[in-house]
Ligand binder design. Structure first.
Ligand code: ADP
Ligand code: MG
Length: 700
């Protein structure tokens, strides 16, 4: 027997186009296709036929249950399993699944976060099938990707606004394409390829640390003697256990139709990355959620734990996610690729300008889209992009924009003053863009790469904000161009004006440089929203709510709900960390140090009795230092506890989050400092849990 090849099993657990074509009557297939491609509504008869075929296929593949699979505001996915069984009169069961069950579900979802949109005593929410993302089988369960709404129709999830934002962008982008004479394109979709970073640690060690168990990150730990300074891990040889994990992970993802493509070691020890091939944004979002889930499951099979936290370890790089984003037509053209004709180039430059304007006008929304307690540790730390949003274009493209702005000759291939729509752009971009790793938002030849996302973030929020912001910029352009008498002049003037008004957001230098942060904030007036509570208030600013509401991405109630849940998640996360720290310090660290001090004291007594003239400087010095650290740690734990109690009494979510930022985080850092110092002075066998060295170098 020959081994199965990837192409034999790729997507074998997905009810994809191949299966639909094979299993559905041709009329039903055509009708479903129309729904998927053009958003046409689906009648009952078709839904029933699809449900029936889906169920038969799922049962053939060993499924016994189905679930509507959705993405509530917790950031992870949720599911409620129902079995297919229906009793038959003869005492047995038959497997049934109706169109109604496929299209709509009513999970008892009253305890998902809703930011006050649906008080827990109110009616349930419902889930609605998203036929554009294929159903799949996971753990013997047919998973149906769905949106999740309240009965009043408010979105309680990530998918609903994401789909709305894609529609908004589609609508405005089509207006622009029509202005350029394109009548063929029916639909413009955004594509995303999210690169995912993660850490792997040994499961046995993981389970010995409450901070990892409860918070997904270490709250204590002095630096290992070796970190990432030798740069020997990045793209290094993959260790056997990790390689086995990766092979298994790929296979599981491929079965689920996820286009896992590249994997390598990352910069920090024990850190790795997985990149898929890009696809339509809502599918990429579903796939990224599946990827994160499968990573954890497969790791567990290999005796490992996959850490998706943004900053599992202090002192080494954290984990992010890069959102590679572009716009493409249903005819297969990437609109962010410079074209071959002057007209195509003018269109390219206009779309490029739309993104620049969008990022400048809505820097705050992009920052908010990645704001979590976990990611706050990363943004602005030395390896990550700063909390200031800026756009990298590369020297050549920037020079083109300069030339347009100033009506000066562009010294590229043609030494002439550029008139858009007249001159061909030189072929410059794809080969020469410098790969600037420090820019938060970089143009990389035919796509933009937004790098501020945290590894645990859902990519939905970022893409909602980005699509919305670009839709708005395109709308402004389309409004003006449609009303213009002379299209070419209007186009030229508008591009010029965009460059003039928004060039402050363009920065090609080193984003990690302190001098840049000063220039960005003081010189250019860019925002530097360092923490989650710093960023969130901007969500309620009029320019932002106006944009989101006018493109029907969110209602005001939905925006407020997101404001509340965003800050609530932040505060709750840090609160759990604070409580965990106190617990570990009081119950594990302090007693361990005390045990060591006791043994030291005993040996000191023995030694002094044996050799009365001995100085015993080592023992006395150490005992003194450790005793003092224990006192300080105990005081700091008491102060932290008091502050955490005070936090519980703060009713207002904004005040609570600010209190966490201004008070709790500082007290946590103080407690940690004493404990980490004590760790460096305490003999290894006394330390109550695995250290940074154990964790980061423990997987062979
Ligand atoms: P690297 O960042 O290592 O150079 P690539 O640039 O090839 O790698 O790709 C990084 C990610 O960007 C991958 O997930 C890839 O599929 C995705 N990507 C490539 N082209 C596009 C595009 N046009 N739109 C969206 N994502 C893309
Ligand atoms: Mg990249």
């Amino acid at each position: 027997m020959t081994a199965k090849t990837v192409s034999d099993y790729f997507g074998c657990l997905v009810f994809d186009d191949r299966v639909m074509k094979a299993k559905l009557p041709s009329k039903v297939y055509a009708s479903l296709k129309k729904t998927i491609d053009e958003g046409a509504s689906l009648n009952n008869e078709v839904a029933n036929a699809v449900a029936d075929a889906m169920k038969d296929w799922a049962v053939e593949h060993g499924a016994t249950h189905f679930t509507h699979w959705f993405q509530p505001l917790t950031g992870i996915t949720a599911e409620k399993h129902d079995s297919f069984i229906t009793p038959s009169p003869d005492g047995g069961v038959i497997m049934e699944f109706s169109g109604k069950e496929l299209i709509k579900g009513e999970p008892d979802a009253s305890s998902f976060p809703s930011g006050g949109l649906r008080a827990t005593f109110e009616a349930r929410g419902y889930t609605a099938w998203d036929p554009t993302s294929f159903a799949f089988i996971k753990d013997k369960t047919l998973c149906i990707p769905t949106a999740f709404c309240s009965y009043a129709g408010d979105a309680l999830d990530q998918k609903t606004p994401l789909l709305r934002s894609m529609q908004a962008l589609n609508k405005q982008a089509l207006r622009i394409l029509r202005l350029f004479g394109n009548t063929e394109v029916k639909c413009v979709r955004t594509s995303v390829g999210p690169e995912q970073e993660y850490f792997l640690v040994d499961k046995e060690m993981f389970e010995k640390r409450k901070d990892l168990l409860f918070c997904g990150r270490t709250l204590f730990g002095s630096k290992a003697p070796k970190g990432q300074e030798m740069d020997d891990h990045y793209f290094g040889v993959i260790k056997p256990r990790v390689a086995a994990f990766m092979a298994d992970l790929n296979e599981e993802l491929w079965k689920l139709g996820v286009l896992a493509k590249t994997e390598h070691n990352e910069v920090a020890p024990a850190q790795h990355e997985l990149a898929p091939i890009y696809t339509t944004t809502n599918i990429a979002t579903d796939h990224n959620q599946i990827t994160m889930e499968v990573m954890q499951k497969v790791a567990s099979k290999h005796g490992l734990v996959c850490l998706l936290h943004e900053k599992p370890f202090d002192g080494v790089n954290g984990s992010g996610k890069h959102n590679n984003w572009s716009m493409a037509t249903d005819t297969g053209v990437n609109l962010l690729t410079p074209g071959d004709t002057p007209y195509e180039n003018a269109q390219f430059l206009l779309l490029l300008c739309a993104v620049i304007k969008a990022v400048d006008d809505y820097q705050d929304l992009l920052r908010i889209s990645v704001a979590t307690a976990g990611n706050d540790h990363r943004l602005g730390a030395n390896e990550a992009p700063p909390a200031v949003v800026s756009v990298f274009l590369g020297d050549e493209l920037t020079a083109v924009l300069d030339a347009i702005e100033n009506d000066t000759p562009y010294n590229g291939a043609e030494k002439t003053v550029m008139r858009l729509g007249v001159h061909t752009l030189p072929k410059f971009i794809r080969d020469t863009t410098d790969r600037n790793r420090t820019s938060p938002f970089a143009f990389t030849g035919n796509k933009f790469e937004f790098r501020m996302l945290g590894s645990a973030n859902s990519i939905a929020t970022t893409n909602i904000m980005l699509n919305g912001a670009v839709a708005e910029a395109l709308k402004v352009y389309a409004d003006r161009l449609e009303a213009a008498d002379d299209f070419e002049t209007a186009l030229h003037d508008m591009i010029k004006k965009t460059i003039k008004d928004h060039k402050r957001i363009i920065f090609n230098g080193n984003g990690y440089d302190d001098a840049w942060i000063k220039e960005a904030t003081e010189g250019r007036g860019l925002l530097n929203l360092r923490t989650t509570p710093d960023a969130y208030p901007a969500l309620l600013e009029k320019k932002n709510t106006d944009m989101l509401i006018s493109h029907r991405i969110f209602s005001m109630a939905e925006i407020k709900a997101r404001y509340e849940t965003g800050l609530e998640n932040y505060a709750k996360t840090v609160n759990i960390e604070g409580l965990t720290m106190v617990d570990m310090a009081v119950k594990e660290i302090i007693p361990a140090v005390e045990a060591y001090v006791k043994d030291l004291s005993e040996s000191l007594a023995v030694k002094m009795a044996a050799v009365p003239t001995a100085s015993c400087k080592y023992e006395t010095g150490l005992i003194e230092k450790l005793s003092s650290l224990v006192d300080s740690a105990s005081d700091a734990a008491a102060k932290l506890t008091e502050a955490l109690e005070k936090y519980q009494t703060i009713g207002d979510v904004t005040d609570a989050a600010c209190f966490i930022r201004d008070d709790i985080l500082e007290k946590m850092a103080e407690l940690r400092s004493y404990c980490d110092k004590a760790e460096t002075l305490t003999a290894k066998k006394y330390w109550p849990f695995p250290t940074y060295s154990d964790l980061m170098f423990g997987v062979k």
